[in-house]
Design a protein around this ligand. Structure first.
Ligand code: V0V
Ligand code: CO
Length: 148
């Protein structure tokens, strides 16, 4: 990709996951499993984000992903969200091919990202976020997944 702004124009590859905040991880996982057939495909503690996150997937090839998140401490964004809003939909994660390029393209259009540099996300992915106030009330995560 030669032009960074053009990279952003190319758009996202997929909705990678929808994040769901909960204070009761296992109950939320059971809910999506028992009613909708979601299966757990990944579980990880992210020390930087102070979350435990469990990726659930459904569908042939498991393209439909939910990320169930619980706070590990009061410093977690998930803790603040639960205090303010209670459990529920927390973020929308859009998958991009190259997060660095995509970020340059967004910044070229005057959009701010939460972190100056990409941070570690689930399963060795790289992540960054757009604040909900800049995104019509939706916390948008941008994610570049690790090489297969
Ligand atoms: C806050 N607000 C939200 C929101 N969180 N609106 C929609 N969705 C959310 N999740 C609104 C809130 O209602 C207020 O609206 C306003 O934002 C407050 O802004 P703030 O003072 O900056 O609020 P904070 O301190 O709660 O921080 C919000 C941000 C925080 C977005 C800055 O959540 C954050 O740093 N998020 C990025 C990290 C993260 O979310 N980690 C957990 C997922 P009014 O009242 O002003 O209208 S980790 C993850 O997904 C991983 C590891 C992965 O996928 O691999
Ligand atoms: Co996420």
């Amino acid at each position: 990709m030669e032009n960074a702004a053009a990279a952003a124009m190319d758009g996202v590859l997929a909705i990678d996951h929808v994040g769901v905040a909960t204070a009761d991880l296992e109950a939320t996982i059971a809910y999506y499993r028992d009613l909708f057939g979601f299966v757990e495909v990944h579980r990880e503690e992210n020390a930087e984000q102070q979350v435990i996150e469990v990726m659930l997937a459904a569908g042939a090839g498991r393209p439909a992903q939910l990320q169930v998140l619980a706070a590990l401490s009061a410093s977690s964004a998930i803790h603040r969200f639960l205090e303010r809003s209670g459990p529920g939909q927390h973020h929308l994660a859009l998958r991009v091919a190259d997060l660095e390029e995509f970020t340059v393209g967004l910044r070229a259009r005057g959009l701010q990202l939460l972190y100056p540099e990409a941070r570690p996300g689930t399963a060795d992915s790289k992540i960054n976020f757009i604040h909900p106030r800049d995104a019509g009330g939706v916390l948008i995560e941008l994610v570049e997944t690790a090489e297969e």
